[in-house]
Design a protein around this ligand. Sequence first.
Ligand code: NZQ
Ligand code: ZN
Length: 392
Amino acid sequence: MKNFNFQAPTSIFFGEGQINKLSRLLKEHGNNVLLTYGGGSIKKNGVYDAIYQELNNEFNVVELSGVEPNPRLDTVIKGAQLCRENNIDVILAVGGGSTIDCAKAVAAARFYDGNPWDFTANSGLVKEALPIVSILTIAATGSEMNGGSVITNLETKEKLSFGSRFVIPKASILDPTYTFSVPSYQTMAGSADILSHLFENYFNKTNDTMVQDGIAEGLMRTVYHYTPIVLKDPSNYEARANLMWASSLALNGLTGSGKDGSWSCHGMEHELSAYYDITHGIGLAIITPRWMAHVLSDETAGKFAEFGRRVFDLPKESSKIMAEKAIKLTYDSFKAWGIPMTLGEVGIDDSLLEEMAEQAVAHRPAGSVPFAPLAKEDVLTIFKASLEEMTF
Ligand code: NZQ
Ligand code: ZN
């Protein structure tokens, strides 16, 4: 295990009705609130009204609405401007990863004179940020409990991230009933994203990390168990609750601390979303089994076999055979949920694969240690394989 510093400072209020803590949580930071939200789902499912009822006219609220899935730099700049003009004390981010990520960038941009896109090249430029309180409405990214933010720059066709402890939400309200209205497509995308966060840390070169891997396996089993239940019964509280808590724990440092890593599938998927604006979790589901198959070797088979045994209860056989079965099960599970499993089904053809492969390699963070090396040609092979159904 590598040395690490673990911090998970977000105060979590989990369960039905926890919105009754909202006024108190905001008051700790001030009265001027920037409320950020997405395209309107919170108006349809009652969360928006519940917020205003709880705030009870005691706050000055300015709204930044219409935050896009794959949030855009322009929206961040607009939000920072609103914060300056209205002397905002605290940001209330209501939604999923897109809204919370946008709020993080706004919170930091409020105090930055240059273009907030600079953060993606150098997170160290974030020296302070407005406090953020989040209300999560979809189980997926873990943004509600971490310091990551992913922003899209339409001009340069780039989707890049920054990370800073200054933008970790101070508090997050996780009410599983708020996720009852998440449509099945976004539900499966969210589950695929949670799994991918676990995979990115689990398939890793650092040995002897039984604590992290054991937690990850438990969370993976949870996602595989509850996702089909939620897809059949979207208002199943226990299933939604388990997925929601899994999303936060999958990317709050618990399973990634003490390990190397290079987040290979996320790097490739962010190019797909940057060029084609697709749903993050769907892109990950398409790429992941192809990546697994591509990097399967004598060296990596043992870890895939372990995954198969501990997560899918595969019987003991040779590592190679177990690994192949585990990869097939990964693919088949996504397909059984209903995820479109080829690039063509999400509107991506072969015309830009080469360019995206080049960018995926160019955007890889310096010093990352991949589970298996991926040159441009490898990424291109994985993209091309994602055009066709997988055969086993
Ligand atoms: O915009 P609205 O109308 O709210 O609708 C959203 C959106 O269309 C809808 N939705 C959310 N909650 C709902 C709901 N619809 C009905 N009922 C509800 N309760 O779902 C759609 C997707 O929302 P979005 O916030 O985009 O989803 P997600 O949480 O998956 O966030 C994806 C973004 O987060 C980034 C992704 O790259 C992507 O940009 N990521 C952020 C990470 C982080 N900060 O740590 C890590 C991840 O790996 C990821 O890269
Ligand atoms: Zn992700």
